[in-house]
Design a protein around this ligand. Structure first.
Ligand SMILES: NC(=O)c1ccc[n+]([C@@H]2O[C@H](COP(=O)([O-])OP(=O)(O)OC[C@H]3O[C@@H](n4cnc5c(N)ncnc54)[C@H](OP(=O)(O)O)[C@@H]3O)[C@@H](O)[C@H]2O)c1
Length: 216
């Protein structure tokens, strides 16, 4: 597919947003970070050139918006941007969990559903694509750093949107055959349930980079 540079919005300015925004901007896309405090986020930023705006303006100017904000409040946050996100692609990398006593994910917020499905329900004119939530943030933009090839799972109803996301994953360093298209947005339930595995891995291995891989 022809490589088309796009305006990409990244909601959030934390660990995930930082690695994704840096790599996407380095690939030549125009990147805006959507943050509650643009001045504060700009002051602490180091890396590739990006702009900083509030969430609504970020969504308005972007063709593709990455949700890198807390999953447990994402549906309300992005649902409020329905007009700004109309006709666009939302890439959801969030995990929606309830915290256990140690502050780590303890259970799923949407058992029997998923944050991706809830987002798609709240944003009917937007193509929601779930990906990249099954790994530590460092791996999202550096997949070849692991000894075993990781998998980027993909879930979404819109085939064209998923093709665009595959292109963007390529910019993040993902070879096409490491990307596993699971099907429609309801298939995000599987990858989202991996959030239950994460606290056990973190307790045993700390923040060493890891990702889920589909062994074949
Ligand atoms: N960390 C990982 O390895 C990892 C892996 C897979 C998936 N995820 C998912 O990716 C998402 C981001 O994770 P992260 O580790 O980057 O988290 P983080 O470092 O805590 O960053 C989240 C960012 O979201 C914004 N935010 C926080 N609370 C908010 C609120 N109440 N309303 C609006 N914006 C808020 C903040 O940006 P501003 O202060 O600039 O607004 C914050 O920097 C989460 O859904 C997480 O489950 C994380």
């Amino acid at each position: 597919m022809e490589h088309v540079l796009k305006n990409i919005g990244v909601l959030g300015s934390g660990r995930v947003a930082t690695v994704l925004a840096n790599k996407i901007a380095s690939a030549g896309h125009t990147v805006t970070i959507g943050t509650r405090d643009p001045a504060r986020a700009a002051a602490k930023w180091s890396g590739a050139h990006v702009a900083f705006r509030d969430h609504a303006e970020t969504a308005r100017r972007a063709a593709i918006v990455v949700n890198a904000t807390p999953g447990d409040t994402s549906v309300e946050r992005l649902g409020a941007l329905r007009e700004e996100l109309r006709g666009k692609i939302v890439i959801d990398v969030s995990n929606a969990t309830l915290r256990g006593e140690d502050g780590l994910p303890g259970s799923l917020l949407y058992p029997g559903s998923s944050v991706a499905e809830r987002l798609q329900g709240a944003l009917p004119e937007t193509a929601v694509v779930k990906t990249l939530n099954t790994m530590l943030f460092t791996v999202m933009a550096d997949p070849t750093s692991l000894r075993v090839p990781p998998t980027a799972f993909l879930s979404g109803n819109d085939e064209n949107a998923k093709a665009v996301v595959v292109g963007l994953l390529g910019d993040l360093g993902w070879p096409a055959d490491w990307i596993e298209d699971l099907g429609d947005v309801a298939t995000a339930r599987g990858p989202e349930a991996v959030a239950l595995l994460v606290p056990s891995v973190l307790r045993r291995r700390g923040l060493a980079p890891f990702a889920l891989a589909l062994a074949r």
